[in-house]
Write a protein of this length. Structure first.
Length: 107
C-alpha cells in the first residue's frame, strides 16, 4: 500500500517508527508486510490503527491497475464490490498526490 507524507506523519504521531511500519523502494514508501500481512494487522486480522489508517487503505479494495481503477481480486468479497465514481476520483487523486510528492522530493 503506497503511503503519502501525510500518512507517514499521521502514523508516526501515534508513536510508530517509520522504519518499522514502512519500506521504501527509494522513491515511494509503502506499508510493510510481515508474514504476508500488513504490519498493523493483529492476530485477529484487525487493524491496530484503523481510525488513522492510510488513505489507500480507506479506499481499498479499489486499486489502480496500470490504466484504470478496478476492484482488487485478492479481496475475498471482490465480486460484491462496485467502485463508485467518488472512490475512483479519490484514488486517482491519491495516486497524483504520491507522484507529485515524489517529483518534489527529487528536486
Amino acid at each position: 500500500m503506497p503511503l503519502t507524507e501525510e500518512d507517514l506523519s499521521r502514523i508516526e504521531s501515534l508513536g510508530f517508527s517509520r522504519e518499522k511500519f514502512s519500506v521504501s523502494d527509494g522513491d515511494i514508501f509503502r506499508l510493510r508486510n510481515v508474514g504476508g500481512k500488513c504490519y498493523f494487522l493483529d492476530e485477529r486480522n484487525t487493524c491496530r490503527i484503523y481510525e488513522h489508517r492510510p488513505e489507500g487503505c480507506r479506499l481499498y479494495p479499489a486499486v489502480f491497475d496500470t490504466e484504470k481503477v478496478i476492484v482488487d481480486m485478492i479481496c475475498p468479497r471482490w465480486k460484491d464490490v462496485r467502485v463508485s465514481e467518488k472512490a475512483r476520483r479519490r484514488l486517482l487523486g491519491l495516486i497524483g498526490k504520491i507522484y507529485r510528492n515524489l517529483q518534489i522530493s527529487e528536486k
